[in-house]
Structures are given as structure tokens and as C-alpha cells.
Write a protein that binds this ligand. Structure first.
Ligand code: BDR
Length: 317
């Protein structure tokens, strides 16, 4: 059984990633920690609870995390995910925030990792603020994590938020810097370009949503806004390798769930640019080893797309 903690800023693709994890019989989700990011923190918490309700899994503990980045201004992605972060398709009977745990996200991450040394995989699909705060509170706790999977950053200076920056890293560059500097567990990164290159045909998305289940109907409702937006010329041109359905966060989740999913990765030291006028938040790859970093990360290069599609299909069954 794989034990996971999910750190999310529940937007639409976070919802897809959460549902993928919950659907897998070999996965136990020990907790979900919420961050600012796609939407403001309260919305991210509410959206997470809504997803859990849709999956009948409100038993999973949900923790409130950081409402703003370590430094710099807050950014949200309301244009893309909807003002409420979940497609502006409200549920009048949505669960309330009183269901959140008292413990805060960073403390929960440390506690769960330390109580299960070597067993817990952390999957981060949000700005990395909660993870950075955890490292500040307890600098060595990450040695107790089995692995860390991140959706974020970029390899070819192609941005989706700034000219050179991917949203999760740009939304908190200092946090991304701290995590890539301090975490010592094996770390795998699904970058923006990687998700673009592996985007799926829209016909797959249609078949995925057409499944005759409550979960598929929930997903269709919350993803309509994003889908309409993403199919405009502007968004399709932003993709690195042509048009398609790009569910970024699920790549990191799928890789965490199935060790055989990633068929090629590159091990390299990385850091984050904190100062450039155009490059703040961009991930920097140190191929020449000039930074002399002991800890390298694995950048995902290719995956078994058939397995990935199957995990997505299962998410809505
Ligand atoms: C990332 O930014 C968010 O909008 C998505 O949820 C994903 O985590 C892609 O850059």
C-alpha cells in the first residue's frame, strides 16, 4: 500500500489528481494539506472538501496551510480555474470549513512523515509554501519521506504565467528554492513542458467525461470553464507541443502512484531564479554541476501514456 500526503491548491487539475489517488486501491491518502495558489486558501480548502464529498471520502483529514507566499505578492489563477478555483459551478450543499483539522498543514506534513519514517510519499501540486515552512520548522524531517513528487517548474524557460515561469514556482519562488535546496528525499518533477508534451487528445477527454458515473458528472461540471478557456487560440498556442488536454497535476500524481509510469528521467541539480526581471521563479538546471549541490532531482522525460490514461479513466469510475 502506498501512503501519500497530497499538498494541493485545489483547482480543477488538483481535483483530478486527488480523484486519481482516491480511486487507486493500492493508495492510502493519509492527509491533504491545502495552500494558496490557484485560488485563495479558503477556496482551496472548500474545493478540497467538495472533491472528497464527491468521492465519499470526507473521512480523510484536510489541513489548512499558508495563505500567502513566503515573499512577494499573491497570485491566483482565477481566469483559468474559475474565480472559486473550481469552475464557478457551486454546490449549495458543499461541506463547511469546520471540517478542517486544527493542526496546520506544515505541522501535519512533519508529523505524518516522522510517524511513518521511509513510508510516506508527498505529492505537491501547489505553490511549495507549505513544504518550505515544514522545512523551516524542522530542517531534517524530509529524510523521513520516501519520496517527493512535484508538479512545477520548467526546463526550457517556457512559462505559463510569466515569460519564463511556471505557475506553482512563480507563485512562490522562495518556497520552491527552499524545497529544492533542503529536501533530501528522492525528488521527481513533472514540469510544465513535460505536461504539455504529454497532453492528451480532446477525444480522450470527451470519452473520459462521458463515463456514466457521478464522479464523471462532477468532473464535467467543474471542468467546463477551464475547458472552454483552454480551447481558445490563446491557450492552445501557449502549449509547447501542439493542442491537447493538459491535466498538469495528474502527471505528478500518476508517477507517485505507479513506479513504472515514468519511462525516462534525467537526474540533475536544480535551483530557482529569485531575482531576474523576467526570470524570477524560473527553474534553473545545473548541468555543469557548478552549484556543487549534493542533492539532485529527477526530471521526468517520458511516461507510459497508456498507463496514465488508465489511471485517469479509473479516477472517475
Ligand atoms: C500548475 O498551475 C496550476 O494552475 C495547475 O493547477 C498546476 O498545478 C501548472 O502550471
Amino acid at each position: 500500500m502506498k501512503k501519500l500526503i497530497l499538498d494541493v491548491d485545489t483547482g480543477v487539475d488538483d481535483a483530478q489528481a486527488i480523484m486519481m489517488a482516491l480511486a487507486d486501491p493500492n493508495v492510502e491518502v493519509l492527509g491533504i494539506t491545502c495552500s494558496h495558489g490557484n485560488t485563495k486558501l479558503d477556496n482551496a480548502c472548500k474545493n478540497t472538501l467538495r472533491v472528497l464529498k464527491a468521492c465519499n471520502r470526507l473521512d480523510i483529514p484536510v489541513y489548512r496551510g499558508c495563505s500567502e507566499p513566503v515573499l512577494g505578492r499573491k497570485r491566483h489563477a482565477g481566469d483559468f480555474h474559475g474565480k472559486d478555483g473550481l469552475g464557478d459551478a457551486p454546490d449549495p450543499d458543499a461541506p463547511g470549513l469546520e471540517l478542517l483539522q486544527k493542526r496546520r498543514a506544515a505541522q501535519a506534513i512533519i508529523k505524518i512523515a516522522n510517524e511513518n519514517p521511509g513510508e510516506v510519499t508527498l505529492v505537491a501540486t501547489a505553490p511549495l509554501t507549505n513544504l518550505a515552512v515544514a522545512a523551516q520548522l524542522n530542517p531534517s524531517f524530509s529524510k523521513n519521506l520516501k519520496a517527493l513528487y512535484i508538479m512545477g517548474g520548467n526546463t526550457e524557460s517556457r512559462g505559463n504565467t510569466t515569460v519564463c515561469g511556471e505557475f506553482n514556482f512563480v507563485a512562490d519562488p522562495e518556497a520552491a528554492y527552499i524545497v529544492l535546496d533542503r529536501y533530501t528525499c528522492p525528488t521527481y518533477i513533472a514540469t510544465w513542458e513535460f505536461s504539455c508534451r504529454n497532453s492528451l487528445p480532446w477525444s480522450f477527454c470527451d470519452a473520459w467525461l462521458a463515463q456514466d458515473t457521478e464522479k464523471a458528472r462532477f468532473m464535467e461540471k467543474i471542468s467546463l470553464h477551464t475547458r472552454t478557456m483552454v480551447q481558445t487560440d490563446r491557450y492552445q498556442k501557449e502549449l509547447v507541443s501542439g493542442p491537447g488536454f493538459n491535466t498538469c497535476d495528474t502527471y505528478a500524481m500518476a508517477a507517485a502512484i505507479d513506479d513504472t509510469l515514468v519511462t525516462e528521467s534525467e537526474e540533475v541539480a536544480v535551483t530557482v531564479e529569485l531575482e531576474g526581471t523576467h526570470t524570477r521563479g524560473m527553474m534553473v538546471l545545473d548541468y555543469m554541476d557548478l552549484l556543487k549541490k549534493k542533492h539532485k532531482v529527477f526530471i521526468m522525460k517520458s511516461i507510459d501514456l497508456e498507463k496514465f490514461k488508465q489511471l485517469l479513466m479509473n479516477a472517475l469510475k
